[in-house]
Design a binder for this molecule. Structure first.
Ligand code: ADP
Ligand code: MG
Length: 241
């Protein structure tokens, strides 16, 4: 509607593709978020969503595949973790507690350090909710990582190489994995990572896909549209910078 358009123009939020819900002005006004998640966001000191969060959170919650570009430091991590945690926690709350807990979401990043940062933030925002995480990166024993997954987690955060290594050696049931996040997608779909990322993607049952980067090259943009159709593009900031 008009109000959303005015807001987008003011915040330099550009949306291309299907119709998506307008930007949210506060976390608490986002009706689908569990109350405990909103409390955790406030406890983390996030008084207001950043522009990318205002638009990407409701768009992701509406189930769209997203390709999002926004500057470094603009809060992209929470802009995918909030909808991921919300969808995972709501899924668990709607299912019987005795059902086997298979991973519901997966976040891939290019480095161990980034994975650790993402997992730390996920743990902080997911506190008190049915939301456990597993880190799958090199440098730590794989035995502990697979044990944790088998005990039941909602989110796996990992690097592509280590994750393929783990999936090749162990049986991980991925048929409930409904969200696939590529952080730093510009890097993740470059030669070198691309084949590994695609191999993991093909092991998932048609998940919603959320992709984030500070910049997105035309080549990577083309790659993403060959992976999935109906991608909504969200970019924040001046166009054509
Ligand atoms: P990006 O991935 O876009 O480079 P990050 O997600 O790492 O940025 O966020 C940068 C910093 O901003 C982090 O320290 C994060 O905790 C903080 N942050 C994220 N969202 C908010 C918010 N809504 N309010 C205040 N700080 C925030
Ligand atoms: Mg980031």
């Amino acid at each position: 509607n008009d109000q959303s358009e005015v807001l987008r123009r003011k915040l330099e939020i550009h949306v291309k593709g299907d119709v998506v819900p307008g930007p949210i002005l506060s976390f608490s006004s986002c009706s689908r978020l569990p109350q405990r998640l909103i409390q955790n966001i406030e406890a983390a000191g996030y008084d207001m969503p950043t522009p990318v969060q205002m638009q990407a959170i409701p768009a992701a919650l509406s189930g769209k595949n997203l390709l999002v570009s926004a500057d470094t430091g603009s809060g992209k991590t929470a802009s995918f973790l909030v909808p991921v945690i919300s969808r995972c926690a709501n899924f668990r709350l709607q299912h019987l507690p005795n059902e086997k807990k298979k991973p519901l979401a997966m976040v891939l990043t290019p480095t161990r350090e980034l994975c650790i940062q993402v997992e730390d933030q996920a743990k902080l925002l997911g506190k008190g909710l049915p939301f456990k995480t597993a880190l799958v990166v090199g440098g730590d024993a794989m035995a502990g990582q697979i044990y944790r997954i088998q005990q039941g987690v909602e989110l796996i955060v990992g690097t592509p190489g280590r994750l393929i290594d783990l999936l090749t050696k162990h049986d991980v049931e991925l048929d409930d994995t409904m969200i696939f996040v590529l952080d730093e997608v510009d890097c993740m779909l470059q030669r070198g990572f691309r084949d590994q990322v695609m191999q993991i993607f093909r092991a998932l049952p048609q998940p919603q896909i959320l992709m984030y980067s500070a910049t997105i090259s035309p080549e990577v943009e083309k790659m993403t549209s060959s992976m999935v159709k109906d991608i909504v593009h969200v970019s924040v900031g001046k166009l054509n910078k």
